[in-house]
Design a protein around this ligand. Structure first.
Ligand code: NAP
Length: 434
């Protein structure tokens, strides 16, 4: 027995090939784990393909993750589901990322189809490419025949939908429902209620539905999937076919993902307050065009990273997080209110004895309530009283010891002059009072 220490990324095809080759030469090869960051061992990074025979899987008592091994035998009607055939529709960034990992699973055959021709990319990943779902289903049938499995016209087991969110409905409507019958259909969209509704509407009752959101991508998962959240709802699973759903979930579970089972509705509520607000903030920062300065702080570098990461995703995805999550509108309104509120605190704040004392209307920021916003902005346009200004000035001059005769506010405090008294008396006698 010897241990091999390798510097490399398990997603790197060259490393995968090297490990595969090693497993052909040695009786037993096991990947014990990896150190994705900080020198901390992430235990039990599974590499099932390297242990294909029953003898090897029992060595060291380390069970090997296999979608098929995970099938509950009592619920599986198939006497020998000896291979799993998975198609990915939408072979963009994320579709290829998923394909790379599926292709590593034992006894698993991966196919792909997309609007554009990705034959070359598929070939590099060890995935069969076809121009339509019907074409890849046929490829799967041929493969089963080649493997000597009872065919029964059976092609694919699992269809994974990874098109953009905006095109999802159109892509699903373009699928032949007969081809989806008796298969497990999985979506990986970043919003969840939308695909759930579309799939329940479009698919025949015999199709199982698994809605998932792996909350990471090629960039955030470049050091492994350990502890990355994977949200899912098994919307419809026939009891006899649970093994297919388990096989799909095991792909993520075995890589160490944090599996979070929740309804699609719950997901969208949480995502609007977390994922959408993250993308929105990144996009707002990019409008400011933040860039490096000679005095970057850690906090500022976090903002730069947020700006860069969110703007790497397509605007289509950002727009979809808003358009296809009904909770995002409310989040946007709350964000806008919060922005106004904080700006108001700054613009209208006052200082007393060198400290912030809040805005005049409310006293202190903590006292501020939405009622402030009921005061019309017209009020702030009103000019101060000129009389009060003159009065303040005379008071200040008096307090400085200046001799001031103020004729500004208040009543005169000297006796009425005699001429005035006589004139008033004569006016009354003359009835000159109007
Ligand atoms: P993407 O590159 O924007 O789109 C994926 C594929 O959608 C494209 O390759 C494209 O196929 C297809 N597509 C786009 N418009 C289409 C149309 N009008 N008709 C038919 N097909 C169309 O997105 P992505 O980053 O790969 O993500 C794919 C899915 O995974 C999205 O639903 C996303 O929410 C989800 N997801 C992504 C990440 C991530 O980190 N990227 C993480 C979790 C979940 P062609 O290339 O053949 O034209």
């Amino acid at each position: 027995m010897f241990y091999l220490d390798v510097i490399g990324n398990l997603q790197d095809l060259r490393l995968q090939h090297a490990l595969s080759h090693l497993s052909e030469l040695a009786n037993f090869v096991r990947v014990l784990g990896c150190y994705p960051s900080d020198g901390v061992l992430v235990h039990d990074m599974q590499q099932p393909r390297l242990c294909p025979t029953p003898l090897q899987t029992t060595i060291l008592g380390l069970p090997v993750a296999s979608p098929l091994a995970a099938s509950p035998p009592t619920t599986n009607p198939d006497p020998s589901p000896s291979s799993l055939h998975v198609a990915i529709i939408g072979f963009g960034n994320f579709g290829q990322f998923l394909a790379r990992w599926w292709a590593l699973q034992p006894h698993t055959y991966v196919y792909a189809t997309s609007r554009s021709d990705y034959s070359e990319a598929a070939r590099r990943l060890g995935v069969a490419f076809g121009s339509t779902l019907a074409a890849v289903d046929l490829l799967a049938q041929h493969k089963r025949e080649e493997l000597g499995e009872a065919a029964d016209n059976q092609g694919l087991d699992v269809v994974i939908l990874a098109p953009s969110v905006l095109s999802f409905e159109k892509v699903v409507q373009g699928l032949d429902p007969l081809l989806c019958a008796n298969k497990l259909v999985v979506d990986v969209l970043s919003v969840k209620v939308h695909p759930k509704t579309v799939l329940l509407d479009a698919l025949p009752g015999s199709s199982d539905i698994l809605c998932t959101h792996p909350m990471f991508g090629p960039e955030s998962a470049k050091h492994g999937w350990q502890n990355l959240p994977m949200v899912y709802e098994a919307v419809r699973t026939q009891p006899t076919h649970q093994w297919r759903t388990q096989a799909c979930l095991n792909l993520f579970r075995d890589q160490g993902c944090r599996m979070v089972e929740m309804t699609c509705e719950e997901h969208d509520r949480h995502a609007a307050g977390s994922q959408f607000i993250t993308h929105f903030t990144g996009r707002v920062l990019s409008q400011l065009g933040l860039s490096n300065t000679p005095i970057n702080t850690k906090g500022y570098e976090t903002l730069l990273a947020l700006q860069a990461n969110t703007c790497k995703d397509s605007f289509d995805l950002f727009f979809a997080l808003f358009k296809y999550n009904t909770n995002s509108e409310q989040t946007l309104a709350q964000f806008s209110d919060a922005f106004e509120h904080v700006a108001h605190q700054l613009r209208n704040g006052r200082m007393v004895e060198g400290s912030y004392q809040g805005t005049p209307e409310t006293g202190s920021p903590a006292d501020q309530t939405p009622a402030d916003e009921t005061i019309s902005p017209i009020v702030s346009l009103l000019q101060g009283s000129a009389t009060v200004q003159v009065h303040s000035l005379t008071q200040r001059l008096l307090s400085e010891g200046r001799k001031i005769v103020s004729l500004n506010v208040g009543e005169p405090d000297w006796p009425c002059p005699d001429e005035v008294k006589e004139a008033v008396a004569q006016a009354m006698v003359d009835n000159d009072t109007k």
